[in-house]
Design a protein around this ligand. Sequence first.
Ligand code: SAH
Length: 381
Amino acid sequence: MKEKKICPYHEYCGACTKQGLSYAKQLEWKQNKINRLFQKIHEVKTIIGTDDPYHYRNKAQISFGYDDRHHIIAGNYVESTHIIVPIEECQLVDPKANAIFQTILKLAKKYHLSVFDERKLSGFLRHVLIRNSHDDTEIMVVFVTGTDRFPHKKEIITELTDRHPAIVSIIQNINRRHTSMILGNHSFTLYGKDHITDEFCGYRFKLSCSSFYQINHAQTEKLYEHALKMAKIRKTDTVLDTYCGIGTIGIIASKEAGKVIGVELNKQAVKDAISNAKDNKVNNIYFYQEDAGTFMDKYQDEVDVLIMDPPRSGSDFRFLSAVNRLSPERIVYISCEPETQVRDLKYLLKKNYKITDVQPFDLFPFTDHIENVCVLKREKR
Ligand code: SAH
């Protein structure tokens, strides 16, 4: 792997905190961090790095603003501010997405689109979000706008799709609130489908503009294969896939399991999960849209394997005390925030569980983030 030159924007754009470190040094930093966190808890295996730390993101966004001369610019916000650093090429983003962003900037200039003003809550173009399948055969473009009316809509869609034929879906999302969230609540399809499809671990998954999907395809395949191998699922097992998103882990696990139950809070993700199970002809999986803690609190049946993949904030007391009551034989805890994972593990270690394996993965080169898989086994009933 050839290391690229340091990114010219890195001093202003807060996204890559590890720019300037060789990839080997980045992995060393992550290993030391996770070793420290697990120091008194369990030995940690060597972090699994990637063959190519560049252009791994299958989701990217860019924000719009004006420069001093009132010319439209597109880029990332300087960390903790609303100042935009214009960016022509991001080293983490898919090259096709980088090219589409540049075309959109040109079209925005050509058609004199106005930019959303966060103070006055007026104006049109706010952000553009791009999602691509891992082989770039399907690309979704989401225009996040402050108004419903889309000036020169027809011309822009035609020019964009002529130039980039892999675009199979163009969505307009309305976000006129004062917020740092990218997407608003209303989306409609301007062109093509309302989703893209990506192949992942041998299954095909539909992705809408708002549902969660891991951003590093190659590394996540390695991670889920590891997690499911460690779960040692048998044909008689009931598996709970909690915080299941669009159903990826549960659908992949279904071929080994008796039955899989998926729980997820986001309505659209659950809709996608149900449709993904159907499209992949998986008949032994059931999805529920609910807070995972509330669901677990009410749950009364047998669970053999619990998979948990919570957001950064980790799990909560209701969830963890229900785990203690349901007492699954094996738990696979996947985390994108090892600090909160350690906090939750400490609770389970005081109960009936012991850790058997801790395996970190690098899903996010050039950033501080670490993804970590921890396997627990019930000691006694
Ligand atoms: N396992 C999935 C998603 C993991 S990300 C995958 O690998 O793709 C975490 C998921 O937890 C997100 O889909 C998010 O919508 C969901 N989530 C966040 N808070 C939740 C809660 N309180 N209860 C259930 N799901 C929640």
